[in-house]
Design a protein around this ligand. Structure first.
Ligand code: GLY
Length: 293
């Protein structure tokens, strides 16, 4: 965890706490917190998002509120600073849950969302190809990385951002925003925009937001599985530990999670090497760490 990352998470927590205490809805607070992290450039989201192998940033985000189980998401969206706001607009302005690709980008532009400066990967690394490179070579590179067995470690670089909140009315909300993983084919989509995988929120169980290796989170449908354990009466900590262990033991995956129950109990757990995260309770003191053993 770097000092700027810790400071950024702290200020997102402090602002979120102020808004909640002033009566703001959990959904708005989750969106605001994630917007701050997207704008910081310090995480793998918004202006700090990873590039896909063709050097293009395609981002995913979702948001959900636990009263009416309303949800919105975007996948493979390009050219905007705040995918989380695009996700909220999908939820509030359409009858859909998920918009993808160029259509999602046009939708965001229609609502006047801030555009990111068009930029390709600034320092193409050995595994970034030119946007003109054909799929055959791109796929060959991806498969070469797979053969080294290092896709998993290479995929766990900068972190996805996320937030969960409980407001004064007792409603929970969860959201997440990401630039994907470190090494990915053009068009790859992870867990973040998939409701029940990267995010879930239900006033009868709790709010869950995921980070980590999306492929493993999808295969276990982690967020909904944690939600179901919460609904069965297990604590946030026990529910998170149980499902994260399954991700590791069954499919050698890796994930990190924020879990908040409707009665205010909270857990941060991860099987990734680290996870920059924090919490703030009624005392208004943010607590941020880079690792939660
Ligand atoms: N967890 C973010 C991703 O895999 O895309």
């Amino acid at each position: 965890m770097t000092v700027p990352q810790a400071a950024c998470v702290e200020s997102a927590l402090a602002e979120g706490h102020r808004s909640l205490m002033a009566g703001a809805p959990a959904l708005a607070v989750v969106e605001e917190a994630i917007r701050l992290l997207e704008l910081s450039g310090l995480f793998n989201a918004g202006i700090g998002a990873n590039h896909q192998l063709d050097g293009v940033r395609r981002m995913d985000a979702s948001i959900m509120e636990g009263d009416g189980l309303r949800a919105g998401a975007v996948a493979s969206i390009e050219g905007i600073v705040h995918p989380i706001t695009a996700a909220r607009l999908v939820m509030e302005k359409t009858g859909h849950v998920l918009l993808v690709g160029q259509s999602a980008s046009r939708f965001a532009q229609y609502f006047g969302l801030e555009l990111a400066r068009a930029k390709r990967a600034r320092e193409p690394r050995a595994f970034h190809l030119s946007p003109r490179t054909g799929l055959r070579r791109t796929l060959a590179l991806h498969q070469a990385i797979l053969r080294t067995g290092r896709l998993r470690t290479r995929s766990l670089g900068k972190e996805t951002v996320g937030a969960v909140a409980l407001d004064l009315t007792g409603t929970v909300a969860a959201g997440a925003s990401t630039g994907g993983v470190d090494v990915m084919l053009p068009g790859r989509v992870g867990d973040t925009p998939l409701i029940g995988c990267g995010v879930y929120a239900d006033n009868e169980s709790g709010a869950i937001s995921m980070t980590g290796l999306g492929e493993s989170i999808i295969r276990v449908a982690v967020a909904k599985e944690i939600s179901d354990l919460l609904a069965s009466g297990l604590s946030p900590r026990v529910s998170a530990n149980r499902v994260l262990r399954k991700v590791v033991e069954r499919i050698n995956g890796a994930a990190g999670v924020l879990v908040l129950s409707p009665d205010g109990r909270f857990a941060i757990r991860h099987s990734t090497p680290h996870m920059v995260a924090g919490s703030i309770g009624r005392d208004g003191r943010p607590r941020v760490q880079g690792c939660f053993a």
